[in-house]
Design a binder for this molecule. Structure first.
Ligand SMILES: *[C@@H]1O[C@H](CO)[C@@H](O)[C@H](O)[C@H]1NC(C)=O
Ligand SMILES: *[C@@H]1O[C@H](CO)[C@@H](O)[C@H](O)[C@H]1NC(C)=O
Ligand SMILES: *[C@@H]1O[C@H](CO)[C@@H](O)[C@H](O)[C@H]1NC(C)=O
Ligand SMILES: *[C@@H]1O[C@H](CO)[C@@H](O)[C@H](O)[C@H]1NC(C)=O
Length: 389
């Protein structure tokens, strides 16, 4: 359903649980089981140790977005389906192994997708069973976001930066409207200017995947790589922010996103099929999208709308622009994910969406924004500004 890129039939790698565990691993995970049903993340979530911010005291600053230094150390964006596992930081693998050892990652088997079709689970596994619960089959996992708060349109776009991004950003800027971008990591490398602009506008930078394959068809370790490198690139492009939201899942993959990386999974309750507008044949038309939007936007305000839209093409962005006046006329509050879920905060470690992360806007996710360095064990107390560019 959300599949766009040509799927490369990679041999599936073995489960990461076969990796040796490091003996010195000692995170505290006393609340791990409760995490799945909560929106917020404790500031001692292990993700903070995985994405430590650089700090001024040792002269570390983030490389300018678009510079050679910025993209160094990331997987080859031209071979996005073939992430070199040697690049995966051992800390991420440790965190995965730890989550597996805690039995926090369901061991449900990795499905296969033939020719881009919906993933099929091994041994006749039912995608709607509580153990598997695949979003592709509309199965809803507790704690994942599907609906908006009543009266809201949770605005987001998938697959950027891409061909429709620049038009989308200009339109949003003209309306003083913010959004959430579910980004494809490898696309970010090609489109640094778009990344910079999204950030400067104060939009939420969130994670889709690195390669845009169905994450559910990948091994645990491959999922870690897809999410981790996209998070790392967002982190390094936003002055050290840790993304909070991501999209695409089943129960196993949702658990990896939550347990290893502290992220909340976002699905949707309405689908425009706008990504097919440039396919041959398309599965919808601009007129059909507009009439669907009209139906949704003049219908019940509860639950709020989470509409799947893409910034893939001029056509998909045109479809959004045509519908936007209906959102306003019908008195919806149109806002990005960060504003609607989790206390108006878009990142796991910073209370502001733009500018440098400073001691004053560091966040204690449990208690909300709190300018108290002592509650933020994740960040060196003397870390002050990390410039984003
Ligand atoms: C921040 O600075 C301190 C003190 O110089 C250093 O120990 C620490 O490793 C630095 N943190 C990062 C992420 O570079
Ligand atoms: C991300 O930024 C950090 C801090 O500047 C740096 O150490 C790292 O090499 C950068 N790139 C990657 C791939 O992590
Ligand atoms: C959320 O934060 C933004 C920017 O900081 C602010 O403009 C907006 O009013 C806030 N919204 C809510 C509901 O607090
Ligand atoms: C922060 O810097 C001050 C002054 O340089 C120093 O006294 C203090 O110990 C540092 N705090 C930490 C946690 O490193």
């Amino acid at each position: 359903m959300v599949l766009l890129a040509t799927m490369l039939a990679l041999p599936l790698l073995s489960y990461a649980s076969t990796y040796p565990r490091h003996n010195d691993h000692s995170h505290s995970h006393s609340e791990a089981n409760a995490l799945l049903s909560r929106w917020y993340h404790d500031s001692d979530h292990p993700v903070h140790a995985l994405f430590r911010r650089g700090n001024k005291t040792d002269g570390v600053t983030y490389a300018a977005v678009g510079s050679a230094e910025w993209s160094k150390g990331f997987p080859d964006p031209w071979q996005p389906n073939d992430i070199d596992e040697k690049l995966i930081p051992p800390k991420w693998v440790d965190a995965l192994n730890d989550a597996v050892a805690r039995k926090a990652i369901p061991n449900v088997g990795v499905p296969k997708s033939e020719n881009g079709g919906n993933p099929v689970y091994p041994n006749g596994g039912d995608p709607n069973s509580p153990e598997i619960c695949s979003a592709t089959y509309q199965c809803r996992i507790d704690g994942d976001v599907w609906d908006g708060p009543a009266g809201t349109v949770a605005l987001s776009f998938d697959d950027g930066p891409s061909d429709g991004t620049s038009q989308l950003l200009s339109f949003l800027a003209s309306k003083n409207q913010k959004t959430t971008h579910f980004l494809i990591g490898s696309n970010m490398i090609y489109n640094p200017d778009a990344v910079k602009k999204m950030f400067e506008m104060g939009n939420d930078l969130a994670v889709h995947t690195w390669s845009h394959r169905y994450t559910t068809t990948l091994s645990n370790l491959q999922v870690v790589a897809e999410l981790g490198f996209t998070m790392q690139l967002i982190h390094n492009s936003t002055g050290g922010r840790i993304p909070k939201f991501w999209r695409d899942t089943d129960k196993r993959v949702s658990a990896i996103a939550k347990e290893v990386f502290g992220m909340t999974t976002v699905i949707w309750n309405h689908d425009t099929d706008d990504w097919t507008l440039t396919e041959n044949p398309p599965q919808t038309t601009a007129e059909k999208i507009q009439s669907d939007m009209k139906k949704w936007l003049t219908g019940s305000k509860s639950p709020g709308l989470v509409v799947l839209e893409h910034e893939l093409s001029k056509q998909s962005v045109d479809a959004f622009m045509a519908a936007y006046p209906l959102m306003i006329e019908n008195n919806w509050k149109v806002a990005p994910m960060g504003e609607l879920f989790g206390g108006n905060v878009s990142y796991q470690n910073a209370a502001s969406n733009t500018g440098a992360v400073t001691l004053n806007n560091l966040i204690d996710a449990k208690n909300g924004p709190k300018p108290n360095a002592n509650t933020n064990a994740n960040v060196d107390a003397n870390a002050s500004s990390a410039s984003a560019s």
